[in-house]
Design a protein around this ligand. Structure first.
Ligand SMILES: Cc1cc2nc3c(=O)[nH]c(=O)nc-3n(C[C@H](O)[C@H](O)[C@H](O)COP(=O)(O)OP(=O)(O)OC[C@H]3O[C@@H](n4cnc5c(N)ncnc54)[C@H](O)[C@@H]3O)c2cc1C
Length: 410
């Protein structure tokens, strides 16, 4: 029996960041990983898709993946080689609330942190076992480029792959049940982005439900209808509350209903983003250590790496209206920005929302490097910045950052 301070299950961005931080703070950590370190993000998520986004051809993208992923994986293995960390390669399962078993080893600890991530949510559509149907992981494994790609779902994963394969020259059709793509994005911004992608040749069939996969004219069909927390049967032995669909129930410190067991990242179903998993990891470890921090989980920026990019932080205009919030909307356009014109990236629009007292409430945008601009708003929101304070902040010329400045100019 091995005794440690903290057991971590899963070495994705949530798990490995928790291990790194806890070890630096002096805790003895045992981390179990049944697959490759780096989790979904590094192996089949954020990193490979962005390697595809930044490659000109399908062949180049595949080549880039074979260099970028092992390089980053070696970096994570380096982080996990800290003397306070023991990496166990294998599947961890709960024996009881404070004991786990990993490939024959039994490990016990006062605190356990679950970071087992998420998996593809497959819809029960007729014909779903058709060999042409893949999820995002399957699509990244393809060795030949599909001539015709049909994507079911216009969420983040579906839209990013639509842009990638459109640029590679595949004929791309996106089928979406809802009226608009990217439901987390302001509907005005989402519509403009979709129209722009239509001009690039992507076909969108909105308000359409796929009834039978056999009816789809495509070589490959991507199932991109969302992800669900990766719940395992042995969780029941630990005694905390969880739901197959929503994930593990946690409080504001990411502690489950059993004291000393934490659940961070995609498994708690709160914000399925790599940077959210990392920040939740820090907060949970701080709670274990009895330390306070001021991480603002209510301000969670997100980006969609379409072409052009889209990004958001805070509520959409529709949500502000539904919540009865009094707000002002400040707009600016890429076509009026010197750097955007010089880059020949004139398509894009930004909407910045402020409260009646001037405090920034959120920002939604699409256009080249929109994520970097929204990132600035996110940082300003963490400091409760107002519109008039933003007006006093100098922005470098010529930069895309001036688009934000233009939105609030007198
Ligand atoms: C195609 C795609 C693109 C994405 N792009 C982005 C993006 O651009 N930006 C962004 O912020 N997010 C993106 N995401 C989401 C991001 O990947 C996840 O939010 C993030 O990986 C969650 O981290 P995690 O640590 O919670 O879980 P994961 O990264 O899923 O890691 C969980 C790990 O736990 C391991 N594990 C599970 N059960 C056990 C067990 N019992 N024992 C041992 N090990 C176990 C798994 O093997 C895995 O390695 C993308 C996701 C996908 C699918």
């Amino acid at each position: 029996m091995m005794q440690t301070d903290l057991i971590i299950i899963g070495a994705g961005p949530g798990g490995y960041r928790a291990a790194e931080y806890a070890a630096k703070q002096g805790l003895k950590v045992v981390i179990a990983e049944e697959g490759e370190v780096g989790g979904t993000c590094l192996n089949v998520g954020c990193i490979p898709t962005k390697a595809y986004v930044h490659s000109a051809t399908f062949a180049e993208a595949r080549e880039r993946m074979t260099t970028v992923i092992p390089q980053l994986r070696a970096g994570v293995e380096g982080v996990l080689s800290h003397p306070n960390i023991t990496l166990l390669r294998g599947r961890a399962s709960f024996v009881d609330a404070h004991t786990c078993s990993v490939c024959g080893d039994t490990v016990t600890a006062k605190n356990t942190l679950i970071a087992t991530g998420s998996e593809t949510k497959w819809l029960p559509i007729k014909g779903i076992d058709d060999p042409r149907v893949v999820d995002s992981t399957g699509l990244l494994k393809l060795e030949t480029q599909p001539k015709k790609l049909c994507i079911i779902g216009a969420g983040v994963i579906g839209m990013e792959f639509a842009c990638i394969f459109n640029r590679f020259g595949s004929e791309v059709t996106v089928i979406e049940y809802l009226k608009e793509c990217l439901p987390a994005l302001d509907s005005d911004i989402a519509k403009r982005l979709r129209k722009q992608l239509e001009k690039k040749g992507i076909t969108f069939k909105m308000k359409t439900a796929v009834e039978n996969v056999a009816d789809l004219d495509a070589d490959v069909i991507l199932m991109a209808t969302g992800r669900k927390p990766r719940i395992q049967a042995d969780f029941a032995k630990a005694g905390f509350e969880y739901d197959e669909r929503k994930g593990i129930a946690v409080d504001e410190n990411f502690e489950t209903t059993v004291k000393g067991i934490y659940a961070i990242g995609d498994i708690n179903g709160r914000q399925m983003l790599a940077h959210a998993a990392e920040m939740q990891a820090i907060h949970a470890v701080n709670h274990i250590l009895g330390k306070t921090d001021a991480i603002r989980f209510d301000i969670m920026p997100a980006a969609i790496f379409t072409a052009p990019e889209a990004a958001c932080v805070g509520p959409t205009e529709d949500q502000l209206k539904e919540q009865g919030v009094q707000y002002e909307c400040h707009k600016a356009f890429w076509r009026a920005n010197g750097k955007a014109l010089a880059m020949n990236e004139t398509e894009g629009m930004l909407k910045l929302f402020s409260a009646t007292d001037g405090r920034l409430l959120g920002c939604h945008a699409y256009g080249a490097h929109a994520a970097d601009i929204v990132q600035e708003v996110s940082v300003l929101m963490c400091r409760d910045t107002t519109i008039s304070q933003l007006r006093d902040m100098v922005h470098i010329h010529p930069t895309l950052g001036e688009i934000l400045f233009a939105a609030v100019a007198d």
